[in-house]
Structures are given as C-alpha cells and as structure tokens.
Design a protein around this ligand. Sequence first.
Ligand code: ADP
Ligand code: MG
Length: 709
Amino acid sequence: MPPAVPPQGRGDSRPATPPASAVPVSTLRGVGPAVAARLEQLHIHNLAELLFHLPLRYQDRTRIYPIGSLRPGNEVVIEGEVEQAEIRFGRRRMLLVRVADGSGSMLLRFFHFSANQKATLSAGTRLRCFGEVRRGPHALEMVHPEFRRLEAHTPAPVDSHLTPIYPATEGLQQPSLRRLLEQALTLLENGQISLDEYLPATLLPPGMMPLREAVLLLHRPPPDISLADLTEGEHPAQQRLAFEELLAHQLSLRQLRETLQRHPAPPLRGDGHLQQALLGALPFQLTSAQQRVHATIAADLAQSLPMQRLVQGDVGSGKTVVAALAALQAVEAGHQAAVMAPTELLAEQHYQNFRHWLEPQGITVAWLSGRQRAKQRRETLAAIGSGEARVAVGTHALFQDEVAFAHLGLVIVDEQHRFGVHQRLALREKGVTGGAHPHQLIMTATPIPRTLAMTAYADLDLSIIDELPPGRTPVETVAISGQRREEVIARVARACEQGRQAYWVCTLIEESEALQCQAAEATCEQLQQMLPQLNIGLVHGRMKPAEKEAAMAAFKEGRLHLLVATTVIEVGVDVPNASLMIIENAERLGLAQLHQLRGRVGRGSVRSSCVLMYQPPLGKQAGRRIAVMRDTDDGFRIAEEDMAIRGFGELLGTRQTGLLQLRVADLQRHQALLERVSDIAPGLLQNHPEYVEPLITRWLGHKTRYGAV
Ligand code: ADP
Ligand code: MG
C-alpha cells in the first residue's frame, strides 16, 4: 500500500497532480451553466464531489440471458426474435409482443407506444431488451423494457462492466451522469487528477483497499464481480468507503462535542436540601443503579462544562426520579430546568409527577403544550420568563422562539430515541441564554448496543440504569389467536372483578391516526356492551387534552377498570395497579413498540400478564417477534433481536429523524467497522488534525454540519 499522501503538496519532485477537489466540474465536456446548475442540486461542484457521487445500485448488462432460464425479479438483457405483435383493446389499450430465443419465449408489454415503435416491433425483428422480469397472467414478461433492434445475425457487443445507477435529479439522468463520471474516472486513471488519501496507512485496518482503487471499482465494477456482494455492501471497496464515511460522522460528532464544551455552562452546585427532601418523601429507596447514575449526573452538573449525557434505562427502571433529582440540583443553584417529552400524554404525566414531587417543597412547575389557550399560555410564558417557574414541563412547545427562560440551567429530554442529532442540536441551541449553554440530560428506554451508541451518539456520554426496582415480578406473556377473542374478554372481566385494572390496546396497519382512533372508539363501545358491569375509559390521540387527562386520571385513581387505548400509551405511562394488558393485532407491531407497551404493566408488585392477540396465520417474522416477547422481558435482549430482524436504521428511527444519513455505510451491515472507527477516531483527532476537516467535508460537506450549530 502506498504511503498516505498529505492533502497539501507531495513530498517528491513529480509535477503536482491537482487534487480532484480543486478541479471544478465546469472543466468537463458538456458542463455548461445549465448542467452545472443541475449538478449543484446534487451538491456536486468539483471532481472529487463527482467521484464520490456513488452508485445506488447496479444493473448487469454484461451478458445475455437465455429466456428459458429467467426467474421473476431478474433484471437482465435478453435477445430474441419477435414471433407476434398485437394491439390488445381491453380496459387499457396495450401492445403485446412475444419474443423467443430458442430456449423459451416471453411477453413484452407496452401501455404507451408510438406508431414507429409498433412498426419496429413487428414479427421477424431481432431485438435486444433490458428490463425486469415479472410473472404475467400467462407467461413471464417485461413491462416497458428498454429495447433496440439488432441487425440480423451481426453480433452486437455487450457492456464490459456492470452499469451503475446513480442518484439522479430532474434534467440530469443516468446517461448524462455516466458520461460525466466517465470523464472524471479517465482523468483519475491517467493520473491527471488525484483523490487525496486522508487515512494514514497506520490507522487503516489491515487489508483495506486503497481509496483510488475503491472509487474506480465502485463506478465500473468488472463483470466477474459478485453482484450479490455489491448489493449487500460487502465488497471490500464498499467496506473501505463505509469505514471512511463512518469515521467522518464520528469525527464530526466528536468535534461538535468539543465545540459545545468550549461554551461554559453554569456550574449547578446546590446544597442538596431539595434533593434530600425529595428522597425523604419518596415511598421507596433508589436502586443502586439509580444512585450511581444520579451521582454521575450530580458531578457533571457541578462543572462549568455543559453536561451532555444520555441515560439509558429499560422501561420501568425509574428514570423519572433521577431526572427530578437533576432538576432539583438546578433549582437549588438558582437556575431553571426544562423537561421535554415527545408526546402530549407523556409530557402531561411528567408534569403530574414533577408537581407531585416538587410543589410540596414550594417549587412552581409550569406546563406548556401546543394546545393551550392563549391566555393560559401567556401566563405560563410570563412565569418562565420571570423565573418564577423553576421547572417547566412540556412538549416541543417548550422550545419555540417565543419561549424565553430567565436562567435555564438544565434541559432534560425524555425518550430521546425519537429525535435525531439535528433535533438534538436544535434543542440545545434553544437553551442558549446570555451565552451560557445549559446542561443536557437525555433519557431513553430504547437500549442501543454499545458500538452503535458510540457512533450515532459520539457527542454524548453514556450512563445505563441497568437494574429494575425490587419487587417487580416478570410479566407473564401469552399469545392467543384473535379467534379466541371471547375468552380473552372473559379473562379481562375476571381480572377486573378481582380488583385488577387492565389496558386494551388497539392497533391498525394504517398509519392513519384517525382510523386508529375510530377503531379504539368502536372497540370501547363493543367491550362496554359485552361487559356492562365494568367502568371502561378511552384514550386516543384525537381526544381533547382535558378529556384525555380526565380518562387517565380516572384510570390512575382506580375509578376505571379498563382503559381502551391506541398506541399513544406506548411511552412512559405509569399506573402501577394496572396488571393486565391486551394487545390486539400484536403481529403488526415491532418488538420495540411491543416492549414499550408491555412495560406499562408489571410496575406494581402484583403479578402481571400480557396477552398478545394475533390474527392467524402468523407470518415468519411476526411469529419470531411474538416468540421473543414470550421468552424474555430483558430490554437489551429484545433490542438485539429487533436489530437482527429489522436492522439498525429502523431501530433508531433513522428514516423519520435523519439520524446519521449515510451514503455507503449501513449501521448494521458494517457493525464490525464501527468498533474500529471508535478506536481510531481519538488518535486521528490527536495526531492528524489536518485530515479531520477534509474527511468531514468529503462525507458530510453539503449537509448541515453537526459542528456548525
Ligand atoms: P421509566 O424508567 O420507564 O421512565 P419510571 O420513572 O416511570 O420508569 O418509574 C416506573 C415506576 O417505578 C414509577 O412508579 C416509579 O415511581 C417507580 N420507581 C422508581 N424508582 C423506584 C425504586 N427505586 N423503587 C421502587 N419504585 C421505583
Ligand atoms: Mg419514562
């Protein structure tokens, strides 16, 4: 492997090859102002950015497949003679063309075609087609394949390498992108431009492909390469780039952390009297895990470096009280604390808890939600602005522009897994008052495997509450077919008659909240008819906050036996006396969601149970999820299983939140690389700071830089 080339200048006397990043795309043939503007849309300005515009996937046009060997799903080139072509008039007019090659025959189906095309596709013509093979009503077919006419008996050449498919944009389609890349690749091959290697050979894991080779290969994969490896991201060229990309993200997050630590936070040093009072008033002792995490947080808060700590703790591990102790430390030190939750319901519950714990000590707790009346809102804003409210609890509404804290010292965010890094930063930004940056405490019930956390949360310190309060009995979980719904209803009736309380959770496939709510309403009515002796309440996302609150309060106080709910109760709802949960259509939910839901029971000392009702037949994955739920209630094990079934991306909610938007790397497939990345990042920052910026620019250049906030 050649030694690493430093980004500026080379050591030897050869004439300097310009780095690709210094050559504008406008130097390429065919790039005028219009094309340049379209390239700009793809964030491509120079040849390095063009070369790092990597294929999304590949097509194999390097060989011609016998029609007889095709399977549905193949995307292939075929060659054959048109046997028959006819226009069919049905609900839609279409052109059907039968082609045969001696090994078999198939149909080409066209819904749009010109007279010219129709003429080309007449019997006896030899064609070469490329398209995806599908199973048609009578035979295998291709719908709107690419095709061209071949001269009889003259062999036409096939492509010499796999065809890359690039992310394209309006007005700049595959052929133009390929022409531009061909030019850049030729320059690179001929040594007329260079791609800077930023990773010193000493830091690269052994056996990694050199950068230049990896880039050339991914744009022009030779025909003998395994398309399966490429598709799975397992080719060494992809590994090489994935490694660099993951490293760039990690460096950016670490840099962000350093940047943030340059801003002082108010050191929150209380005398402990409020914390002691709360601990004395609690009906329980902190577990040793809670004590440990509380002590770590207390030490962090006393520093003038802003705390950035993520606390992971399984459902029911008692994160809320740890958060309340942190808030009290801020209050003792004369500062305010803000507590934010992702849903209205959960925020309301935190509000109740904090009031219950803090108001007896004379501390005003404010409540801010997006749904408040104007007058009430004005009053709350005034109390927050004057500093009269020492603690403010709410949803995202807490961080709107008009909310100004008098002296915010600590921001607590619950159930962080729903927010990506950009949201996290936006929150932090909001908290800046008069140059002082508040401390930040993030709590999540979604355990994240360590290597992943080190990458996706490289800007945060980690603590784990790895112990449940004593006296919890594991929840007994059973799976029952929906055909035995009556039995389940009878079981609910029996439990409630024995003084237990139960949840009945309704789910729907559709993501539509409206439909979910309707389903819950219908179920509630039906259950009430069948169980007239029970008091049944309803909670769903479309109810007025006051109604919802009333239902929750009634349930919490034991005035309702049964609470019918949508999955809004998934996060954080805490009613210790509830010991039975029915989840309808459990097969539709993911493991993380099932675990969160089930965590609503088993919070008291009564033996709790959870009934997973499913619609048979159970699919393979759904069956596996339900089996995992029956086997364990260990959140970390469930998270690992979840990852094995679904992959990291979904686990972290990547899609919704844009947490780590990756181009080549895949957090799950490249898990093994994550550890290496965490190993070398500190050394690179220490010993080669000159490579850090260029690496980050290469991979995150056009995105909002983490460090820029
Ligand atoms: P989560 O970590 O899921 O947010 P909570 O903070 O809601 O958990 O706590 C779950 C329940 O356990 C609450 O009723 C809480 O009051 C109770 N709890 C918390 N810590 C302890 C403890 N050390 N001993 C007993 N119960 C506790
Ligand atoms: Mg909680």
